[in-house]
Design a protein around this ligand. Structure first.
Ligand SMILES: Cc1ncc(C[n+]2csc(CCOP(=O)(O)OP(=O)(O)O)c2C)c(N)n1
Ligand SMILES: [Mg+2]
Length: 366
């Protein structure tokens, strides 16, 4: 008798790749692929989405300039990720809680932090860590914002609030244990959290394919009992609609959701200046530039007579001038000091810490 195995693992493995196509409203050529969803947006909505993406790109360009002038601390470029970031954050309500990662400064500002606070955060200044809006400071430990979100979401549930926790990590973040733990906890407690993975293709220089054998990152939520979906992260209309649908589903008491946005980081990992040309070819990056989220929506708006180059240039100038005001405000804030940091960290300082404080106060007084 042929030795037929009790189970066909090869078929099970192949089935893992049998996943739905990423959700789109506008395709790469700016053609409408979901007319019904497209028609649910008014002309004003479409213009508003475009403005938000132009704002994010202007923020990126101006902040990179500040960085080159030595006026920023850590800054993670966002060019290419405008649809993924603005589309999802625009589905948030004021009462929702944001747990961002370091590349999510634009969402943090959209949710109510000031640009000045964001710039102070970049400089490591304590004033940049606290906002009037319901948001935590951007998380540097990759994947860890998912744990924060699980805890915050459980708190919102226990308080009976009509609010959810929105959180972001990258493709690399899903290779970290923290992200699994956060999702598992939220799944177990049916906590109202929306987990967003911005899959921009790379964790610094490590390509997505080398990080995991999982056919999609969305699948990583399945083991926690969390429904998940992939969305075209260069299509702001799709990102918005999917995040909005997720929020509705979560607030109806159905537990968490995970969304994987397929996007791309055009530039370097951070303003510290790694060179992407050392780990990816032009051949590989070109198709992503062709999918640009601004080009895509701009084309739709121009066809409808709702947008012009002049409109855009005027907006960019306005936005950039507001960022220049913001950095001036940040410059005017008294610099943070090591002694002040030590004092607020230790309610009861040990003798060693007391000595450190004295040492730094002496240094700082000069
Ligand atoms: C736990 C942890 N390990 C390593 C790092 C160093 N690190 C900073 S960013 C990064 C890559 C993250 O990639 P991804 O999650 O895809 O986010 P992206 O930067 O692409 O937005 C790594 C490894 C870190 N911050 N935290
Ligand atoms: Mg990444």
């Amino acid at each position: 008798m042929a030795n037929k195995p009790i189970v066909d693992f090869e078929t099970i493995k192949k089935d893992l790749s049998n996943t739905p196509k990423p959700i789109q409203v506008l395709n790469e050529n700016a053609e409408i692929v979901d007319q019904k969803v497209f028609d649910s947006f008014s002309d004003d909505d479409l213009v508003e989405f475009m403005k938000k993406m132009v704002w994010e790109r202007a923020l990126h360009e101006q902040t990179m300039n500040f960085s080159r002038q030595g006026r920023m601390g850590f800054y993670a470029p966002t060019e290419g990720e405008e649809a993924s970031e603005m589309g999802t954050v625009l589905a948030m309500k004021k009462q929702d809680y944001l747990l961002p990662a370091y590349r999510d400064i634009p969402q943090l500002i959209q949710h109510g932090a000031t640009v000045t606070e964001a710039y102070l955060w970049s400089r490591g200044h304590v004033v940049g860590n606290k906002y009037e809006a319901r948001a935590m400071m951007p998380q540097i430990i990759i994947g860890a914002a998912y744990n924060e979100a699980a805890g915050v979401a459980l708190g919102l549930k226990k308080n009976g609030e009509d609010a959810i926790a929105f959180t972001y990590t990258g493709d690399g973040g899903t290779s970290q244990g923290d992200s699994y733990e956060g999702m598992n906890f939220a799944g177990a407690y049916q906590a109202p959290a929306l987990f967003i993975v911005q899959n921009n293709g790379f964790a610094i220089s490590t390509p997505r394919k080398k990080q995991t054998a999982a056919p999609t990152l969305a699948q990583k939520a399945v083991a926690a009992g969390i429904p998940s979906v992939q969305v075209d992260g260069m299509d702001i209309l799709a990102c918005y609609k999917v995040a909005q649908a997720a929020r509705e589903y979560i607030t109806a008491g159905n537990g968490p959701v995970m969304i994987e946005t397929l996007t791309y980081r055009y530039g370097a990992h951070s303003s510290a200046g790694d060179d992407p040309k050392r780990y990816r070819t032009e051949e590989e990056t070109k198709p992503w530039f062709d999918k640009d989220p601004l080009i895509r929506l701009r084309k739709v708006l121009e066809d409808k007579g709702l947008w012009s180059d002049e409109d855009e240039e005027k907006l960019v100038d306005e936005y950039k001038s507001s960022f220049k005001d913001a950095i001036k405000e940040a410059d005017a804030v008294e610099p943070d000091t090591v002694s002040a940091m030590l004092k607020r960290t230790f309610e009861v300082p040990t003798p060693e810490i007391k000595a450190e404080i004295a040492k730094f106060e002496e240094k700082e007084s000069k």
